[in-house]
Design a protein around this ligand. Structure first.
Ligand code: PBG
Length: 331
């Protein structure tokens, strides 16, 4: 190591020109490291814009085809599908989640057919969009989320998603033992090659607010009995390590920007890829500030994504994926 000090040592030398700054940049974003979350409904004739997420739509099956074709064209890594069933299709156990013709499974077949070679097709594996009470699992007699009964539902849901052609199952329910249960179910039916993305450190966050509109959530109350307490760092790392031990192929930290310490901790500790989810509230905050002229929208978007990558996330789920990919490619 050379040592020295000012005036010989001048860190600013490497910041002098755009070419130098580009050459010494430690972190880059590649479109292949971006994943676009997509919402799809089966009870609408035209796409529905979301008030709290300007620029984001609930798709019809038809508009979904266009969206995934575009995602493939701009070189995204993949798409994460969320199904939004009609209220009439929701019940206490989330039956529509395990219906082969339920909105998410039907959408998955369409996306695999349309762009399954170019994109990693990913599906949200959780019951909250499908239950009438809006919780991520089934409830016991006292109305509490029943961990082990929920695992039985997740196993069936995983099999239907695998049959529909999903490449990567996004386990976002935060039930104990969910990764091991789903791995066992998949392997038992010959789906050894279907991979598991564990939302390992998922926090009970206010930043999911706009998403609840996106999926028409019926939740009353909160998810604090299964999602992590924002106060806890060590516990988030523990969740990630447990998920890797249970067989997770990839682990995720969610939300992203308020949890960069977790992204760094987890990426230092586990031998599998670490991803982060830039969630709906993170999107809405920048959009709202930009709409008011209070922030430079494009710079804020790129800076937030760069920070998430710098902390250690190898890929990022972001609602800006297509726009960012286009601008990176100069399109
Ligand atoms: C649960 C799920 C949620 C999000 C993704 N998967 C909502 C929740 O846990 O309440 C939030 C994503 C976002 O806010 O962008 N299926």
């Amino acid at each position: 190591m050379t040592s020295g000090s000012f005036p010989e040592i001048r860190p600013r030398r490497l910041r002098g020109t755009p070419a130098l700054r580009r050459l010494v940049a430690e972190t880059r974003i590649d479109p292949a490291q971006l994943v676009l979350p997509l919402f799809v409904r089966d009870d609408i004739d035209a796409p529905v814009p979301l008030n709290s997420m300007p620029g984001v739509l609930q798709h019809t099956f038809e508009s979904l085809r266009g969206a995934v074709t575009e995602a493939a064209e701009v070189g995204l890594g993949g798409v994460m599908l969320f199904g939004v069933p009609a209220d009439a299709d929701k019940d206490a156990v989330g039956t529509a989640a395990t219906d082969p013709d339920g909105v998410l499974n039907a959408a998955t077949r369409i996306v695999v057919e349309e762009a399954g070679d170019a994109l990693v097709v990913q599906t949200d594996l959780c019951l909250d969009e499908f239950t009438d009470h809006g919780h991520c699992g089934v409830l016991d007699a006292r109305g509490a989320v029943d961990n082990d009964a929920t695992l039985v539902r997740y196993r069936d849901m995983a099999l239907e998603q695998a049959r529909a052609g999903s490449h990567l199952l996004g386990l976002s329910g935060m039930m104990d033992g969910q990764v091991a249960a789903v791995r066992d179910a998949l392997d038992g039916e010959g789906f050894q090659d279907v991979a598991i993305l564990a939302y390992a450190a998922k926090y009970a966050s206010a930043f999911y607010g706009p998403f609840r509109e996106a999926v028409g959530s019926t939740l009353r109350g909160d998810r604090k009995s299964y999602q992590l307490d924002p106060a806890n760092r060590r516990e988030g790392l523990r969740e990630a390590v447990l998920d890797v031990e249970e067989g997770a192929d990839i682990v995720m930290v969610k939300p992203a920007l308020s949890y960069l310490d977790l992204v760094a901790d987890v990426s230092a500790a586990v031998p599998v890829p670490v991803w982060a989810y830039q969630v709906s509230g993170e999107y809405a905050m920048i959009e709202a500030a930009a709409a008011n002229g209070w922030i430079d929208r494009e710079r804020a978007i790129l800076e937030s994504l760069t920070s998430i990558r710098r902390a250690g996330a190898e890929a990022v789920l972001t609602y800006w994926a297509v726009e960012v990919a286009r601008s990176l490619k100069g399109l």
